[in-house]
Design a protein around this ligand. Structure first.
Ligand SMILES: Nc1nc2c(ncn2[C@@H]2O[C@H](COP(=O)(O)OP(=O)(O)OP(=O)(O)O)[C@@H](O)[C@H]2O)c(=O)[nH]1
Ligand SMILES: [Mg+2]
Length: 237
């Protein structure tokens, strides 16, 4: 197309190119999923259908960009996609990567919804949407700490939420009473409360709830102890 006198406005576009030779993590997070999960009556604290839908959507993102991907990890309404430090994807433009990942994820989430929520169609006034950001990590050691952070977060949140909701749903406590019961307790005490008050052995809870979900760059979805496996997961990167 011929240049027009308006062409100069292009100069105002900035391209935020991510530093070379640096690991890129794209993290997406459900917007207002507290409300969204309430509207669609997600099971508390973990809805298996919702988590599997997140995993299936993430798997399709991983497979689309598998040669650039090391792995992805998800819990609750969030997913992190960890890219190779030498990726040249979209010339390492941050806006492109963040926006394409989150729109591909969201379109998959919507398209696959009915496969997991078989008797609850999506309501046009309550559609899912996600935010997205690219974060750079300069060394493999820090990338490992990043993944370990998300894994430990999964564990801490899940233990608290499991104990909190079991005390409410099984023991008939009010949310305030349940919060008071758990206030100031460490992990082992929460597990003990779960066992003594609710008859639940935390070790027997589903692996996906306790450990989150990891998508390998071949598209397998696994639930592993990230801290134990951390070096193996990043071997060769
Ligand atoms: N019941 C239920 N709720 C879930 C599940 N997964 C995610 N959620 C909800 O999603 C929220 C995710 O946390 P946040 O991302 O901090 O909250 P948010 O409402 O999405 O807020 P923003 O991300 O800031 O928009 C949780 O606090 C829960 O309320 C689930 O499996 N079951
Ligand atoms: Mg959220």
């Amino acid at each position: 197309m011929a240049n027009s006198k308006y062409e100069y406005v292009r100069q105002f576009e900035t391209h935020d190119v991510l530093l070379p030779d640096t690991y890129i993590v794209v993290r997406i997070d459900g917007k207002k999923f507290h409300e969204f999960s309430k509207f669609y009556d997600f099971a508390k604290p973990n809805d298996e259908r919702a988590l599997k839908l997140m995993n299936a959507s993430a798997k399709n993102v991983v497979l689309k960009y598998k040669s650039d991907m090391i792995l992805a990890f998800g819990e609750s309404d969030e997913y992190s996609f960890i890219l190779r430090k030498d990726t040249k994807l979209f010339n390492r433009r941050s806006d492109k990567i963040a926006s394409l990942f989150v729109s591909l994820f969201t379109s998959n989430y919507v398209a696959l919804w009915s496969k997991f929520f078989t008797d609850r169609p999506l309501d046009l006034k309550h559609l899912p949407y996600f935010d997205s950001r690219c974060v750079l990590y300069p060394s493999l050691a820090i990338v490992k700490d990043y993944l370990s952070w998300r894994f430990v977060d999964t564990h801490i949140n899940n233990l608290y939420n499991t104990a909190f909701w079991q005390l409410v749903l099984k023991c008939g406590m009010t949310p305030q009473e349940s919060e008071n019961r758990l206030s100031g307790t460490v992990s082992s005490e929460k597990q003990e409360i779960l066992f003594s008050d609710c008859g639940i052995n935390y070790n027997n809870e589903p692996e996906m709830f306790k450990k989150g979900s990891l998508v390998t760059n071949k598209g397998s979805i696994i639930h592993v102890d990230i801290i134990k496996e951390i070096d193996q997961l990043f071997e060769g990167y």
